[in-house]
Ligand binder design. Structure first.
Ligand SMILES: NC(=O)c1ccc[n+]([C@@H]2O[C@H](COP(=O)([O-])OP(=O)(O)OC[C@H]3O[C@@H](n4cnc5c(N)ncnc54)[C@H](OP(=O)(O)O)[C@@H]3O)[C@@H](O)[C@H]2O)c1
Length: 258
């Protein structure tokens, strides 16, 4: 039987990445089915072997999430055989304005929105009806501390993560009485390809393993907002609370000015 602390069937998008891979490992245990999506088939196979060695049953899916029809088809087919206890909407991409501040290219912005916003919301739209019928299930939306206040170096990324934060908060309120739990996860800097490619200082960097264990514990408590690490969460939260002009000045002073 699935419990809050031990979901039996866990779907993770972006499992081939730093945080997604660590989440897969942290949920991999006997009696658990992991459904892992990514684009890199070799990495998915490697991760599946690791999780199977820990006793989990593993299904993998190579899929480009920008293909909305393929995403919908996959989740519809999956829903016929699997009863999803926990869906972690984790896949994401980041772009920035470039070293000389030239700006983001529009095709890159469209790709980013396709993954970070459309695919994330399409995943929820596909898995939610079955959860509502069962009056059971949990959805974790991976946003970012960058959702609190737009960083000049990553405008589209911040916008996409703010969208996911607001979406998750709204879903939680809507579904609270129906038995479907929704959490918004707002990590600070976590070691990964995306993090390495992000410009600017990276204080309080966490390992993906530490982040994944923290997320699992907080999801078991059904925490509404899972934001970490504390010092960066506190600082970025203030950026949203202070007058925007002051927050802009603080960001410039701290080296995030763009
Ligand atoms: N690391 C941080 O500091 C940090 C901080 C705050 C929030 N986050 C969020 O955490 C989540 C995971 O990021 P990460 O740090 O683990 O980054 P990552 O290592 O770069 O992993 C990104 C994942 O997203 C998948 N993905 C990207 N584009 C895709 C596409 N078009 N179709 C299918 N899958 C796609 C990648 O798949 P492939 O590898 O197969 O391409 C990969 O599995 C993201 O939502 C990110 O915004 C990260």
């Amino acid at each position: 039987m699935s419990t809050a602390n031990q979901p039996r069937t866990v779907l993770i998008t972006g499992a081939t990445g730093g945080i997604g891979g660590a989440l897969a490992a942290v949920y991999a245990e006997s009696g658990t089915t992991l459904i892992l999506q990514g684009r890199k088939a070799a990495r998915l196979a490697e991760l599946a072997a690791l999780c199977e060695a820990r006793g989990a049953r593993v299904l993998t899916q190579v899929l480009d999430l920008r293909d909305q029809q393929a995403l919908a088809n996959w989740l519809a087919a999956l829903g016929e055989h699997e009863c999803l206890d926990l869906v972690i909407v984790n896949a994401g991409v980041n772009i920035n304005i470039g070293p000389d501040g030239a700006g983001e290219s529009w095709p890159d912005v469209e790709d980013l929105l396709a993954v970070n916003v459309y695919a994330a919301m399409a995943t929820v739209a596909a898995v939610l009806p079955a959860m509502r019928v069962r009056a059971q299930g949990q959805i974790a939306l991976i946003s970012s501390l960058a959702a609190y206040f737009g960083l000049p170096v990553t405008p589209s990324y911040c916008a996409s993560k703010a969208a996911i934060k607001a979406y998750g908060e709204a879903l939680r309120g809507w579904l609270a009485g129906e038995g479907v739990r929704v959490s918004v996860v707002m990590p600070g800097y976590v070691e990964s390809k995306m993090c390495r490619e992000m410009p600017g200082p990276k204080p309080f960097l966490w390992s993906p393993e530490r982040a994944a264990s923290h997320i699992r514990r907080a999801l078991a408590r059904n925490q509404a907002r899972i934001s970490f690490p504390f010092p960066l969460n506190f600082g970025t939260w203030w950026l949203a609370v202070l007058p925007a002009a002051l927050s802009q000045r603080i960001l410039r002073l701290l080296g995030y000015g763009g």
